[in-house]
Ligand binder design. Sequence first.
Ligand SMILES: [Ca+2]
Length: 115
Amino acid sequence: MPGGIGAHANWMVTFDLGEIKATHFSGATVNHYSFSGSYDRVTQSGNDNGSVGIIYIDGVLAKASNIVYNNDPAYDMSITNIPNTARFLTLVITDGNDSSDHDDAAFINPVLNIH
Ligand SMILES: [Ca+2]
């Protein structure tokens, strides 16, 4: 069963990679990071308006999904090469510039890999 980080639009969370690395991976050499996972709406009913998943690295847009509607497949949000100097990873769920009604969405199986 897939796991994920889900919320109702508009929402965002920022992870401090520097703090995570220092606290949990002290001494680890990081050549680069990668992110794997997908973005999908989890609303099963209601208005079929869109939502967009976005990933920022250090405040710079790294990846954005298409506008995702209820019956669309999950959108691949993988990022293969995140520099080892990256400090902040931000996941965003937006309303897709329409109503936020029923904009329940999730990053499915989000994994940050350290290489
Ligand atoms: Ca919407």
